[in-house]
Design a protein around this ligand. Structure first.
Ligand code: SAM
Length: 292
């Protein structure tokens, strides 16, 4: 289905059937980039109050204002839940934000990065250098491929897999389906952890329930965390995590002061707090009833 975004009187409104009846709007100063890649329409705006903004197929992926919240939590929750992640895979995340965060961990030896659309990387390098710095890490091996195909070839290879995907439409649709989740599990080493972009507890109840149920059925441990990100519709986003061993809900090791001072959102307290859900969300995830 098409997203009908509007630019009216200097405001970009993100109108999408995935969150009917409301739209996030950003005041923009200029259009920095607007081209169709092989997979999607890529736009970059200079906003008045949120720094630069990346939009794919009409859906806002990030703003410089609060990207740190999402990237830190999607990365450091699974990184710190795992006692010793050495081999890590990132699927999606063409802006480089998750890679930047993984790069802060000295113990990581190899990072495979699989993004379907090379143009997102190119645009990020040109317009979002503070995110794209993640690509400079010598431990990163880049694969320009569909993550669904890539992961099918992997067996017990990774301690950690992070799926930083766009919403479940276009090239990302199958990243929200059970065959992909089965492949994620198969690609993990014993004791491995996976974390995926888990949509909004308020706006995407069907998807959230589906992700939680698939993960519960496949992994010995499953948990759902949430992060405040004003740029995203509803002002927050969920993270769906599955573990073959380690407890997800608390860090398994302490954070070095050097690393803590680099971070703006993640800390050991918020790691635990992120899993504490409002009553409606707990019930929804427990019962599978979106009206709970
Ligand atoms: N968290 C962001 C959000 O949803 O707002 C997502 C950011 S990141 C830019 C999403 C990336 O996933 C995009 O660069 C897109 O090209 C990539 N992607 C989508 N489908 C993919 C697939 N099947 N395999 C690999 N990468 C994919």
């Amino acid at each position: 289905m098409k997203n009908y975004n509007r630019i009216t009187k200097g405001w970009f409104s993100e109108i999408c059937h995935l969150w009917p009846g409301a739209a996030n709007s950003f005041e923009i100063e200029s259009v920095l980039y607007n081209k169709k890649s092989k997979f999607q329409q890529i736009e970059v705006y200079q906003t008045r109050h949120h720094g630069r903004m990346l939009v794919l197929d009409g859906i806002v992926q990030l703003t410089e204002f609060d990207e740190f919240a999402y990237h830190e939590m999607l990365t450091h929750i699974p990184m710190f839940a795992h006692p010793n992640p050495e081999s890590v895979l990132v699927i999606g995340g063409g802006d480089g934000g998750v890679l930047r965060e993984i790069g802060r961990h000295d113990g990581v030896k190899a990072i495979d990065f699989c993004e379907i659309d090379e143009s997102v990387m190119t645009v990020s390098k040109a317009f979002f250098p503070k995110l794209a710095c993640g690509f400079d890490d010598p431990r990163v091996n880049i694969f320009i491929r569909d993550g669904i195909e890539f992961i099918q070839e992997k067996s017990k290879e990774y301690d950690l897999i992070i799926v930083d995907s766009s919403d479940p439409i276009g090239p990302a649709a199958d990243l929200f389906e059970k065959p992909f989740y089965r492949s994620l599990k198969a690609a993990l080493r014993p004791g491995g952890i996976m974390a995926t972009q888990g949509e909004s507890l308020f706006l995407h109840k069907k998807t959230v329930i589906k992700l939680a149920q698939m993960t519960k059925a496949l992994f010995p441990l499953q948990a759902y965390a949430h992060v405040l990100v004003p740029t995203y519709p509803g002002g927050h986003i969920g993270l769906c995590l599955g573990s073959l061993g380690p407890d997800l809900r608390r860090p398994s090791r302490s954070i070095h002061l050097d690393l803590q001072t680099q971070l703006k959102y993640y800390n050991p307290e918020i790691h635990e707090a992120a899993f504490i859900l409002p009553r409606f969300a707990k019930q929804m995830l427990e019962t599978g009833d979106e009206n709970a």
